[in-house]
Design a protein. Sequence first.
Length: 302
Amino acid sequence: MSSPQTFEVLNSRFAVPGVVRFEQTPSGLVRIVVAAPSGEAAIYLHGAHVAHYRPRGQAPLLFMSARSMMEPGRPIRGGVPVCFPWFGPRAGDPAAPLHGFARIRTWMLESVTSAPDGAVHVVMSLRDSPETRQIWPHAFALTFRVHVGSALAMTLEVSNPSGQPFVFEEALHTYFAVGDARKVTIAGLEGATYIDKTDGMKRKQQDGPVTIAAETDRVYVNTPATCVIDDPVLARRIIVEKAGSNTTTVWNPWVAKARAMPDFGDDEWTGMVCVETANAAENALTLAPGASHAMTQRIRVE
């Protein structure tokens, strides 16, 4: 896009009266506020970060920390962070940004459209730059498509415009709002192998639905299936469908880690659980020159 994507330019080019507007935080972050007939959302260009989603007539599905540092260059705590091109700490480079750089870069807004059914589609993009190539020496093109309606669908497409293959990890690190993390169950991972990051990266097998009874940080490999978060406190089930993903991660910081994180409230851990659509660890992907890969997560409540 030739014009700088200032708050004023975005409002003049992409706002839809009564449906899509733009707001700017005191720190200068721009967010897209969507009020579709069947659902509402807030999406930041910083990190292409979906920070809020609420189906019409329902409570919000996403958790956001009240202590999130909403500043340029810092990750947003909550919502749906976009992780690329690695997941977690970068192997052999502890100084590299956790979960990659995509979640702390400013994305370009490409389009905002309304569908005949009233759903709103938002498309954002991120390309490599001299700054990203200093950290990760590859050309890439990311496209993130967000569908806001009675369900929230997000597709991360990774393209390789270069003449060399590259290996990458990716995740939609979704924080779900729950009534009490200690009372939820997560179905769909029964029998799966997971890497337990709280127990020396040991490989274990899931026995029955996942429950949260301590700090939980697990990478479930070879898991393409749908997950269901059963929340008896809020009396709802969140359905997490996905495509193009073979890894599922489950995370809750519990007491001690929550207190140690400056951008997370001491007691907020009870109100959230992360169930993440990913390709990580042994499910990392190799993208050939000229190839693309799409990973989709669709969440809805019933």
